[in-house]
Design a binder for this molecule. Structure first.
Ligand code: SAH
Ligand code: DHB
Ligand code: MG
Length: 220
């Protein structure tokens, strides 16, 4: 549950810093009308991912978990003209809505949307590796597997972001019986293990409640 203050502040920054954009707004409306769950990043979070890609100068982006393509549009619009994004989505209905939204955003040349279970699709991405920026935002119990693949598909300097690692603070509850919480806990523990990964996690509040991102960089 988002507190009123968090929503008001999110709205304030969104109105101030994020230009109204019919393509992004329609993407949310279409996703909602099609009955997709409201699990997309917020506008302020989408802009954060967009800025991180530009700050890094990323050209090759991988997204695991696309839903209706809202985050995908934010990510793809940050890319230079020769950039590309591979988006993985298991649910054919979600992918169909995403394709419509990416078409409206004129991003079908930039985004390679692949429909299927990410764990089945990830091995086929070896020829496209290394990716510069990887956004992990699918089924959280599989996060440890997604991280293993993200590292496989990384090179020095690759940035790996995991969404929803705080989960109303439950991430700090070692005894949680929620497989999503255990998935993000193991994910965070695995981020701490390899010597070539440097990571942190930040808590966020806003219109989507209390959650957070893990942010990692592959150093060598
Ligand atoms: N990144 C999106 C939100 C993604 S919600 C945004 O911010 O706009 C999580 C998505 O992951 C859902 O669409 C769900 O269908 C998808 N998903 C769940 N399990 C998956 C799997 N095994 N492989 C690929 N996608 C999966
Ligand atoms: C859930 C998944 C998400 O990716 C998200 O941003 C919020 C919630 C969920 O599965 O509950
Ligand atoms: Mg998410």
């Amino acid at each position: 549950m988002a507190s009123k203050d968090w929503e008001a502040v999110d709205d304030y920054f969104e109105d101030l810093l994020i230009s109204a954009d019919p393509v992004l707004e329609t993407a949310l409306q279409d996703s909602d009308a099609a009955g997709l769950p409201p699990h997309h990043v917020t506008p302020n979070q989408g802009k954060l991912l967009h800025l991180l890609i530009q700050i890094q100068g990323a050209r090759r982006v991988l997204e695991i978990g696309t839903l209706g393509g809202y985050s995908t549009i934010w990510l793809a619009r940050a890319l230079p003209p020769d950039g590309y994004l591979v988006a993985l989505e298991a649910n054919p209905h979600h992918a169909e809505i995403a394709r419509g939204n990416l078409t409206r955003a004129n991003l079908l040349d930039t985004v390679d949307l692949r429909v299927g279970n990410a764990l089945d699709l990830l091995p086929s991405l070896q020829p496209a590796a290394p990716f510069d920026f990887i956004f992990i935002d699918a089924d959280k119990p599989n996060n440890p597997h997604y991280l293993a693949w993200a590292l496989q598909l990384s090179g020095p300097g690759t940035v790996i972001i995991g969404d929803n690692v705080v989960r109303d603070g439950e991430v700090a509850n070692a005894h949680s019986s929620d497989p999503k919480v255990q998935g993000v806990r193991t994910f965070c523990e695995l981020l701490a293990a390899p010597p070539q990964v440097s990571a942190t996690a930040i808590q966020t509040v806003g219109s989507k409640g209390y959650d957070g991102f893990a942010i990692a960089r592959v150093t060598h």
